[in-house]
Each structure stands twice: as structure tokens, then as C-alpha cells.
Design a protein around this ligand. Sequence first.
Ligand code: GDP
Length: 195
Amino acid sequence: MVIKNVNLETVCGITSKLPKNTLPEVAFAGKSNVGKSSLINALVNRKSLARTSGQPGKTQTINFYNVNEEMYIVDLPGYGYAKVSKEVAAKWGPMIENYLHTSEQLRMVFLLIDLRHKPTNNDVQMYRWILSNGFSPVIVATKADKIKRSQLQKQLKLLKDTLKVIEGVPIVPFSAVTKAGRDEIWELIEEYALT
Ligand code: GDP
């Protein structure tokens, strides 16, 4: 994808109505600090379009980035940040579920998992929501540059076993530092969301 223009078109809080978009949507979900903003910035070749870890977990919004007037990148609220209030922590689930449930344009959901750590219960929950809403997830294993080559297979196995990843679900190791995996993510988007 050649990025011509990107803009943050809609920001939805818990009480806002979701937009009735007509272009295809591709959503990104993951724990706070997993590298979601860095991934979105890398995908659209911008340094700081999506926020990076200023105040992780504080803003519980769904952000819609219009890309080339062709599609939306949908940034779902990060979850699992320990320091948010109970009230904020309780919001991400219903917000995400409601979006997965009601969006008419959502074509695919990327679930980001930090390759260095065992997926959390929230990650498992998120993975199940994606499946139970009828979407086939793509898993992005983030911060791949931080893993030694010798550890890669072991960490991938931990990820697959913990989430009980079913056959055929793509797992793309990604690094925002080296940009490894970026092209593969765009190829998947073009194949499954834009054709
Ligand atoms: P978010 O909370 O999921 O949006 O995560 P951010 O994109 O803000 O990233 C959280 C932290 O991890 C920041 O300090 C990033 O610089 C760092 N980070 C994100 N992606 C990578 C990566 O691929 N490699 C490395 N080494 N650090 C990363």
C-alpha cells in the first residue's frame, strides 16, 4: 500500500456512537504497551500519528484512521494496564465487544502479543472474542527485535499454546525498530480486507 494520506477521523469514547463508515475497517487490539501505536505508525509511515505510551491505558477510546480514503485502521483501546482505575479498566471489554459486534465494515482483526511474554488472561479473552464474533484473527508477535533468534521458536510455541491458536491463523513476528513484518501485514490487509 502506498500511503498518500492518513488522518484521525473519529475518536469514540464509551458513550459515543460508533461511526457508520462505508469503507473497510481493519482493527488492532492488544494489551497496553504491547507496541500497538508503534505498529500503526510504522504501517502508515508516520512517527507519531498514533500516540505512543505517554499515558498508557488512560485513554479508553476507539480511534478511526482514514487511510487514503480507501480504508480505516481502527485502534482499539489497550487493555490490562495495572494503574488505571477499576472504572476505566471495566470499560475496555464492553467497548471492544460492542464494536466487534456491531461494525458492519470490520473485515479483519489483528491481535498484538508481546513476543517476550506469555499471553495474559485478557489476551486469551480478546482472542476468543475475535473468534466468537466470526472474525479470523491475525496475530502479530510484537517487539521481535528483542528476542534472540534462538528463542524465537520457543516464544512462538508459548504464544500458540497459551492462546490455543487454531490452524490457519497467521502469526506475524513484527518489529517497529527494524520494520520486519510490516510488508506481510499490508499483504494480509490487501488480501483479506481490500479485495
Ligand atoms: P502501545 O501502548 O501498545 O501503543 O505501545 P507503544 O507503541 O506506545 O510502545 C510501548 C513501548 O514499547 C514504547 O517504549 C515503544 O518504543 C516500545 N516498542 C514498541 N514496539 C517496539 C518494537 O518493535 N521493538 C522495540 N524494541 N520496542 C518497541
